[in-house]
Write a protein that binds this ligand. Sequence first.
Ligand code: NCD
Length: 309
Amino acid sequence: MVDAASFKGRDIISMRDFNREELDFILDKATEVQPLAEKGSDLLKGKILATLFFEPSTRTRLSFESAMLRLGGGVLGFAEPKVSSVAKGETLTDTIKVVESYADVIAMRHPSEDAAVVAAEAASIPVINGGSGPWEHPTQALLDLHTMRAAKGGIDGLTIALVGDLLYGRTVHSLAVALRNYDVKVYFVSPPELRMRKDVIDDVKGRLDYVETGDLKAILPKLDILYATRVQKERFSDPADYEKVKDAFRIDRAFLAGAKKDLVVMHPLPRVTEIATDVDDTPHAWYFRQARHGIYVRMALLGLVLGAL
Ligand code: NCD
């Protein structure tokens, strides 16, 4: 049985570590703490979150910090490796071993794929992965699921397209793996160069009803959720390869004329050119509300891993 005690002290590293019961438990908790986001709370008074961000971030870091502050806890950390001792050659393991004596929980983003695992092994306090290179972004997947529940009343039965950079986009890796726990139909929509990463395909095969395609227009009328992503420029070794695919999909109001009236358009943000701003004031646009759900999900996670919920 899953209960709050099963999350106390736990690291949140990969969506591969969570089954449906656990995911639903976290999402229910996120709904439960939602009123605390408005009112404020003392639930985590005296606890400290360290945010160690070795890669750029706006939403993930700020919403972790906002979540902690709304629960009455404190925050410290850095948003830039240049200002930490990493710039002097300190290893990640050493940084973690020091930070764990200053904080009760760590949220970390790092360009290397195995950094979250390495940090969790080094730390005696819970580590939450806020993005590990192109590998995973589990808390984003949770807030994506939470947004789907808010927009559609549930996840089972939905037809969902994950669109854009499925090779380097960590949000779609975590989301695809999370979705294998639900009864959904998923289209992986990308240019051939940016097809869904092989290890994700291996992990969802036989457990997720999915189709790979490059033709968004053809499947658009079937969709309940269109989840667009940015082409991850920083992960390309050759800029010419990025130039070839950077404008693979551009979703604007005219394009959405072919969609269901209640199609929900999501995006982890930041967007570049994938979604035109003329979509923002249509009922399809859920991406800014989606970012708001990050607060609820991160409040729930912090409360759970610190044993306060
Ligand atoms: C994403 C990320 O960092 O992976 N942003 C986010 O956390 N909301 C998506 C991206 O950078 O494209």
